[in-house]
Ligand binder design. Sequence first.
Ligand SMILES: Cc1cc2nc3c(=O)[nH]c(=O)nc-3n(C[C@H](O)[C@H](O)[C@H](O)COP(=O)(O)OP(=O)(O)OC[C@H]3O[C@@H](n4cnc5c(N)ncnc54)[C@H](O)[C@@H]3O)c2cc1C
Length: 430
Amino acid sequence: MPHPLTPLRVDTVVKPGSGAVERVDADICVVGAGIAGIQAALEARRLGRRVVLVDALPVLGGQCVNSLIGLFCGVYGNGPEYRQLTHGIFDAMFADLGASGDIHVNVSRTKTVSYDEVVLGRWIEQRVHESGVQPVLGASLFQVRREAGRILSATFATRHGLVEVTAAGFVDASGDAALTWEAGLACRVPERTVWGSQQIRIEGIDETAMPDAADLVERVDAKADEYGLVRRDGLAFVYPGRHTAVMNMTHVEAPLSAVAASRAQLEGRDQADRVVRFLRREFPAAFGDARVRAYGFPGRRQTRWIASEHMLTVDEVRSGRRFEDAVARTAWPIELHDRPEGYVWETFGPEHVHYVPLRSMIPRGSDNVVAAGRCVDGDAAALSSVRVMGACAAMGFAAAHVLDMAGDSRAADVDPAELADRVRENVGDE
Ligand SMILES: Cc1cc2nc3c(=O)[nH]c(=O)nc-3n(C[C@H](O)[C@H](O)[C@H](O)COP(=O)(O)OP(=O)(O)OC[C@H]3O[C@@H](n4cnc5c(N)ncnc54)[C@H](O)[C@@H]3O)c2cc1C
């Protein structure tokens, strides 16, 4: 039954004098709600801290949900043992999504985990909601208040006005080192573009007729000019039983300017459409009926990252150097997308593991910021091997513990033995 109309007064309002800012206080403020920031926020909350989690997007999940990455890499070591290298968030996530049939484990040289990004997105939202982490979404970093080495507060611009978050410690999980940059601390940028990608999820594929990976790459390379494809290789992550796949077949610039980034986004979508045209025509048995179900938000790999006291090097990655202050590990290959037509791929042996030290996560000159995820410090090749989601989450986990231990003192001064004990599940005992 529709309800009868009752009086509803309408008021006329005018914005009050300038300077209205919503203020929030926390122990730890996490900037960026991708896999690194989500893990940092949940762990800091589990440790009893008051946590504010801020993101420029109006939704949680960063790239792992919204850029349609589709595959957790670097959580496990290489075969034949396939050791789980990172625990934390993945234990509960894989258990829950495994039980509902929304992940699929792939085993080859290493072990990766495909996921349904819609289900993962809701899982993350539910975990954040029930944890008591305070999210502030649709909030882009606007200004940082810093006194010597300490960030006192960060102000964000939202559609509803400004929000200022004061906190004892900050996690820069923004992917682009946005907090470190805005605080006026040193950052690094690659000499030449590290290419991003426009991911798409396509539906209507025939999984039984899929070309093998080498055939796909060979055909792309042969026909790239005909179809106007920038990248001359590509990957298809098929989700078995659902007739869908995530296609990672474009190379798009990931600029740090708003105008150029917006232009690149549209160029990326054009590239994705050309990829679909190519797939439908060249592999009609598998892709003849394929259509785009979703275009991801622009995928950004390595854009701008922090400058710390220790830039992780490719030699340290290759040799598997175990640092005293190691807080994360992975066995993922060097995967450097530093050319439009393809990428460098350098794999490691069965026993190989490499590490991220805490020193590579603390911006030079800062007392209370810890970076986590794809904006920690490394040379371009080293970073390409630790920016996969397994290691990003491990870094988020460690960032939470470091700031929990540091309180009002310096993050760099936390007791290394206690930290090692706290992050043992993600770095092992060796
Ligand atoms: C195309 C592509 C394919 C990939 N494939 C794989 C794969 O198969 N498997 C794998 O494990 N990894 C893969 N990676 C790498 C991996 O996805 C990313 O490195 C990882 O997701 C980064 O996580 P993060 O939490 O560090 O950052 P992000 O997920 O990038 O999250 C950063 C968050 O910070 C927010 N933010 C940024 N600036 C501001 C600001 N100024 N104010 C407020 N918020 C801000 C952003 O909105 C974003 O949500 C891929 C990456 C790309 C781009």
